[in-house]
Design a protein around this ligand. Structure first.
Ligand code: AMP
Length: 535
């Protein structure tokens, strides 16, 4: 298998989108036509036309029973013509429930492909992007198994535990594999930071799948830098790092006592302001690579604050169901990121927002229109609603490029209006301006009373209309929660097994009684908007 990919592959892929997509659908149908899950929709021919006419568009609940049958021990053939070797556990924290998705090694091969491509694109745009260490905030959680013995884990954990990760060609991480493989989140994070600080001169970039993890790492550093410095000064790793893999490998990197380095880091971290801390700690860093689109966009201002306006690069768009797209213009502003869809990942279809009748192929999407993505792939997922809404922003050769707009189910409706995740993000960025002028930074929803009004002003006309009319919608309320509440929420999701730290996304909207109780318990102040928004 050739696992080294070049930019010429990108040109070829994006120039032959229609052919690649049609061939992929043909192959998927050939391999899976006799499965119970898909076969029931075909009577004879299994060509593209019968697929489009007969196979229904589904959501997870429609296919869950088939997936669970395989998880519980029935043959993979119920859902897939190829053996299922893993199940990916989606975080389910973006509004849905926990889901498991069947996969096999093909997914990992595609992941390696997209990572190599990502790295070639970065090298093209940033000199020396590969010439140093990457501080990669990656971690794993313990694998579990289905009753039939198939491993179940979040995508990142599954990948890291696979041979594909062990055998990867480039070993550029500042942390040894033993740290990444440590399933204790605190020990893992501590060791990542220690390795990153000890090798500070060699670090060229910081990487985390999602921006929230970079912020978590900085918060962890805020509470542990004294201990980290003391380890560097003495050359001894703290005793609470009991994971043997971490102890052995990190002790080697730590080397002996290094007083000078400890003093330097102590000097930086004890400054009152942590502005630019990322560039202060890692003087040769060139960029931060992490997803800052969709709900992660809330972290852009904080990241910019810590990184002294280094490029913040959002390279790929992926989910437990499939890999989707890659950013071919990495140095664009975080707000302007679009992902070019890769036609060799899955067979993609698109349903235009508000138009349930028309489903179009990847090559037929129209500039400016918004669509929900439907995914068909090799194992068990056919015409599946991903739940993400994307807008076409352009084309790279014949491959469409999409801006991530929002999760489809992330909406709030108090009366008859609809307030989407995107509306909330916009309202939050306006509220942030209010806070910035009072020199506070908004992390999640901490906000004083003025923000209530500013947020309401920026909601759509329907909301403002109902808000003005007969109290159909009451005053917007902001409840300020104790510091650390959102971290607690994340730990809660991780400990009860539904999320891994690397893939965790703070829910933007929730009606889970459990989550609401956690938040409610920690409310320290409440604010209401004191005027109705202008119509
Ligand atoms: P999970 O399967 O738990 O990793 O979650 C996948 C979901 O995360 C996707 O369906 C998106 O909603 C979101 N996501 C992944 N990558 C991006 C991205 N680059 N920009 C915005 N949202 C993303």
């Amino acid at each position: 298998m050739n696992l080294s990919y070049e930019l010429s592959d990108l040109e070829e892929l994006t120039s032959n989108v229609k052919q690649i997509q049609d061939d992929m659908l043909e192959e998927i149908l050939k391999v899976n036509a006799n499965t119970e899950c898909l076969g029931r929709f075909f009577h004879g021919s299994t060509d593209k036309e019968s697929f489009k006419n007969n196979v229904p568009v589904v959501i997870y609940e429609d296919i869950k029973v088939y997936i669970e049958r395989v998880a519980n021990g029935e043959s993979s053939n119920v859902i897939s013509g190829e053996p299922i070797t893993h199940f990916f556990l989606s975080s389910g924290t973006t509004g849905g429930k926990r889901k498991i998705f069947p996969v096999n090694d093909k997914y990992f091969e595609k992941k390696i492909f997209s990572e190599d491509l990502r790295s070639s694109i970065l090298s093209k745009h940033i000199n020396g992007a590969k010439d140093g260490k990457v501080v990669a905030f990656l971690n794993t959680r313990p694998l579990s198994k289905t009753p039939s013995g198939i491993p179940v884990a979040p995508l990142i954990t599954s990948f890291i535990m696979s041979d594909y990760f062990k055998k990867r060609s480039s070993k550029c991480y500042a942390s040894p594999d033993q740290v990444i493989l440590c399933t204790d989140n605190n020990q893992c994070m501590y060791c990542h930071l220690l390795c990153a600080l000890v090798q500070r001169e060699e670090v060229v970039s910081v990487f985390a799948p999602f921006a929230s993890t970079v912020i978590q790492a900085i918060k962890f550093l805020e509470t542990s830098w004294k201990e980290l410095c003391s380890n560097i000064r003495s050359g001894h790793l703290s005793e609470w790092i009991t994971d043997l893999g971490c102890r052995d490998s990190v002790s080697v990197i730590l080397g002996g006592p290094n007083l000078e380095l400890a003093d330097l880091i102590e000097h930086e971290c004890s400054q009152k302001s942590w502005e630019g801390m990322i560039t202060r700690l890692w003087p040769n860093i060139k960029f931060v690579q992490t997803v800052v689109t969709g709900q992660m966009s809330q972290y852009i201002p904080v990241l910019e604050f810590y990184s002294n306006k280094l490029p913040i690069i959002s390279m790929n768009y992926a989910s437990s169901e499939t890999l989707l797209g890659i950013n071919v213009n990495p140095l664009c502003k975080p707000q302007d990121v679009s992902y070019t869809f890769l036609p060799n990942m899955s067979y993609f279809e698109f349903q235009e927002e508000g138009n349930n009748d028309e489903i179009v192929d990847l090559v037929n999407v129209k500039l400016g229109c918004s669509y929900e993505v439907l995914v068909t792939k090799h194992f068990g997922i056919y015409r599946y609603r991903l739940g993400d809404i994307l807008q076409v922003t352009g084309f790279y050769n014949s491959a469409p490029q999409f801006r991530f707009v929002r999760r489809k189910n992330m909406v709030i409706s108090v009366f008859m209006e609809v307030t989407t995740e995107e509306d909330i993000m916009k309202a939050l960025s306006r509220a942030r301006v209010v806070l910035e002028s009072s020199r506070l930074i908004l992390v999640s929803f901490n906000a004083p009373v003025e923000c209530c009004c500013v947020m309401e002003e920026s909601f759509n006309a329907l909301y403002r209309g109902f808000r003005n009319k007969d109290d159909s919608i009451g005053a917007l309320e902001i409840r300020v929660v104790q510091e650390g509440t959102f971290d607690y929420l994340m730990e809660h999701f991780i400990s009860e097994g539904s999320a891994s730290a690397s893939q965790y996304k703070t829910p933007m909207c929730t009606n889970s009684p459990e989550v609401l109780a956690i938040l409610e318990d920690r409310v320290v102040a409440r604010f209401f908007s004191d005027k109705t928004p202008p119509l």
